[in-house]
Design a protein around this ligand. Sequence first.
Ligand code: AMP
Length: 592
Amino acid sequence: MSVVIGIDLGTTNSAIAVVEDGIPFVLANEAGERIMPSALYTHSEADFKIGSPAKRAGSLNPKNLITSTKRLIGQTSTTIGTDQNLSNLTVEGTTLFHQTEHGKFRPEEVSAEILKELKRTVEFRLGTPAEEAVITVPAYFNHNQREQTLKAAELAGFKVTRLLNEPTAAALSYGLNREKGKQTIIVYDLGGGTFDLSVLELNDGVFQVLSTAGDTQLGGDDIDQLLVDWIIEQSQLNTQTLDDLQKQRLSEAAQQAKCELSEETEVSITIPFFNAPEAENIDITLSRNEFETLITTLLKKTESLCLRALSDAELEVSDIDSVILVGGSTRIPAVRSLCEKIFKQAPNLSENPDESIAIGAAIQAGILSGAFKKVLLLDVTPLSLGIETFGGLMNVIIPRNTTIPCKAGEMFTNSITNQKTMAVRVLQGERELAKDNWQLGEFELEFQPQPKGQARIGIQFSIDENGVLEVLGRDTSDESDTLFQIEDIAVNVADSDVEQMIEDSVEHAFEDMHARRLTEAKLKSKELSSALETVFQHYGNLMTQEEETELPALLSELNQAIENDDLPALKALNKTIDQKTLGIASRITEQL
Ligand code: AMP
């Protein structure tokens, strides 16, 4: 018999949990470890070590060690940004690979090997095959990152019953053991590679995500890097002459010092036989206070994301019943006191920060298999989805923070007589103008030729429980459908940083709103202008004397305002022309 399992496929560490007799628990691997480093070491093209053995081998020969592959999955060289912490990265075209002495490896292949190792743990511990799994992903993973995670699972021989957002998983593991009743909680998840924050409402076993925020490039790895830079500076090392092994030793020493500082107020950082020209041995002391100063800016970033998620959920700090800390980096005392300062309450530390996501994933697996019938899970879209419409505007079809799975649609029409096709550009983002959002794909929708404004084209978006988007275009005149699969289109997102997108939308809110209003007013003005031309050309005989003098003057003012992008004038003229043409419009209708 196969068991349904939950997997936390983390940037730094991964864990696997199962539910037996209604109790979820994390499985330890053959070596007795409950948390496995997400690391792979290549011995040859097809012979790998995974987990702690990989890290140990990598300490001696870092060239063949691959870590943090989750930072790469579903990314291209154009979307990855300037990430310092990627091991052995190489780029071909825009495709990213990990390079070792034994070849190039795609991130999804590396993730698949990690998943296979977790699969072996289940088989070793329970003696049953592991075929189905719930796998967690950061709430901010975009479509492509989710798709590639699914691909990794498929390569590892898993059928994924659900991709679950990590903070939601943590809330599941927290919520199941608590007394019933409505509670609003925050999940603050600072792991090795990513930061995720979610505001959730728990109500009698129903989970609803009210808002999410996060940063896919912020975590313990970045703290390690700050510490490495600090050690380099203190020991006056020349970064140009450091070899891979020395860099690896620095990074290990930094991580060890960081973890010790969670318990101690001062640590010694000792790297014997370092053998750099500047330092034979490294031996320096770091106090917790100094460490906290080093990471202030990084922690401040999480603070502003917390405040934004609260305001997105339209909540005050006083509305929050509990703050859950998840992810290894929340063991840092400064993180805990920051949370206490932001949310004005001591964070809840009842969950094991390393295990709660895997436990939550197992609970979700249990829900799907019927083991926990009463718990329902509602998740949300992290960014708005829509299409480009007239004038280059973004027309939102599914707003940000909509509960998924969801379906929504809208009717559109043709802007040109006898138009036979319409280019549907599928967009994701928070900006008013299409060009400022990310294009997920584009497809051409064919429809029956019709006079301008007569075609009735339905566009429907549906997002399944894994956050995967399907777009349906329908010509209502003959009920013909075009189904558009995003997977078939290369995702060509200029900037993968969702946080940046939201920040930009806030920063440019005013000019975006102005641009939208101007575009909308101009579209209307252009329509009025062409309608007036038609009246002068064909229905001059139906105009009153007053209209004959007033309307041409208004038309020339209107054309001038269009040319000058003069929004107040456009709005005023549109309104006046609407009123002044009521008479001639009804006379024309009577004559027809
Ligand atoms: P996760 O992605 O949740 O497994 O978190 C891994 C991150 O937590 C890594 O960057 C670890 O170095 C960090 N971490 C683990 N334990 C501690 C600790 N005691 N103090 C500070 N950071 C820690």
